[in-house]
Write a protein that binds this ligand. Structure first.
Ligand code: BEZ
Length: 210
């Protein structure tokens, strides 16, 4: 099954470094980010997992739980965590799923056999409190992801969910945003009584709502 934005994120039960976890129940009313890494004890993954531990408080501030996955065992995850702490200065402070049978990675299409038929690619799924897929990203094993960019994208997703606005190219938090085309001028008047700048009828710019 090919997953697409707007689909319900497949639910599962998994063994993780913090115990058995039921995915949808674990998400609760929060947002969630599920990310795969190809293999334990590999260099790029080591840097990624350490950096995510460093960023975890930023995700928590945004009510977004984070969870990693690889096809290795819990024992391997636990041993590797020590290397991550030693080399990156941060040990994973979020659950890591052990998926040696590739049950969850198959459910989410994280194995791309023409790239590699044993390891996952670097997938990211951002899931809303409604359990729908809001963002998906796929990088090859050799390219480490930019998790700062994912934090920025999460800010954009949460603004859209709360305020009916979209974010323009290279937007940074605090900068002006765009009123979504689906909102009529009449409806926009209710939401943005301070008005907006209309560069074109379809390009209406407002200060970022707080
Ligand atoms: C890495 O994490 O460094 C890596 C993993 C699989 C293939 C290539 C690089």
């Amino acid at each position: 099954m090919v997953l697409q934005l707007g689909d319900t994120a497949p639910d599962f039960t998994a063994d993780t470094t913090v115990g058995v976890l039921h995915f949808h129940q674990w998400i609760g009313n929060a947002w969630a980010m599920l990310f795969s890494h190809p293999k334990d004890f590999t260099p790029v993954c080591t840097t990624e997992l350490g950096y995510m531990a460093h960023l975890e408080p930023e995700f928590a501030k945004r009510h977004c739980k984070i969870i990693g996955l690889s096809v290795d065992s819990l024992d391997a995850h636990r041993q590797w965590a020590q290397d991550i702490a030693e080399t990156q200065g941060y040990a994973p402070n979020y659950p890591l799923i052990a998926d040696p049978e590739r049950r969850i990675s198959s459910l989410y299409g994280m194995i791309h056999p023409n790239a590699n038929d044993t390891m996952t690619v670097r997938s990211v799924f951002v899931i809303g409190p409604d359990k729908k897929l809001k963002l998906m990203l796929t990088y090859p094993a050799s390219t480490g992801r930019n998790f700062d960019e994912l934090l920025r994208a999460l800010d954009s997703l949460q603004l859209t969910a709360a305020h009916h606005v979209a974010t323009p190219v290279n937007w940074r938090p605090g900068e002006d945003v765009i009123i979504v085309p689906a909102l009529s001028d009449e409806a926009a008047q209710q939401r943005f009584p301070g008005g907006w700048k209309s560069l074109k009828p379809y390009l209406r710019v407002v200060p970022q709502p707080r």
